[in-house]
Design a protein around this ligand. Structure first.
Ligand SMILES: [Mg+2]
Length: 159
């Protein structure tokens, strides 16, 4: 079996990216990683995605891959789905219709399995990569799905 970097670069590979901390740097505040209003009711009205920067190694990968095989799956408890999807489309060209959201990270494995079954019923599980920066989520993906997993820092190894 190919290693994860090789799998990511095979043309038929399907990738589900986490968003916060994977396709963004997760630096939303002025002096904190979390936005200073995070945890307050006002936070729902703050578009923390308006100023996000494109992460070039991920961008280079995404534009070199078939976008019909690239998706996002993100936990979103603050009602920021539309702003987040707009940012993903603007910075990376992944359509908003490819972005899926959940209130609970623990739902991610089930959602991904459902989407793969629906959209790529015949794909080999070794051709699906779930990329997330969260250790707990990567662990759930490993134990609850047959798919490959990768941490986004893999792109830092190949700059
Ligand atoms: Mg994350």
């Amino acid at each position: 079996m190919a290693n994860i970097w090789e799998i990511l670069h095979q043309p038929d590979t399907v990738v589900f990216f986490d968003i916060d901390g994977t396709l963004t740097s997760y630096n939303y505040g002025e002096h904190h990683a979390h936005h200073e209003l995070d945890g307050t009711p006002e936070f729902r009205n703050v578009n923390i995605y308006a100023d996000c920067k494109r992460l070039k190694p991920l961008y280079d990968y995404i534009v070199s891959h078939d976008v019909s095989r690239l998706f996002c799956i993100s936990r979103e408890p603050h009602g920021h789905e539309a702003w987040k999807s707009e940012m993903i489309e603007r910075l990376y060209g992944i359509p908003a219709s490819h972005c899926f959201y959940t209130l609970e990270a623990k739902e991610k494995p089930g959602i991904v399995k459902e989407k793969v079954k629906e959209m790529f019923p015949d794909i080999s599980p070794e051709s699906v990569v779930l990329m997330d920066d969260n250790d707990d989520t990567l662990g759930m993906y490993m134990t609850q799905t047959p798919f490959c997993t990768a941490h986004p820092m893999i792109f830092m190894e190949h700059i």
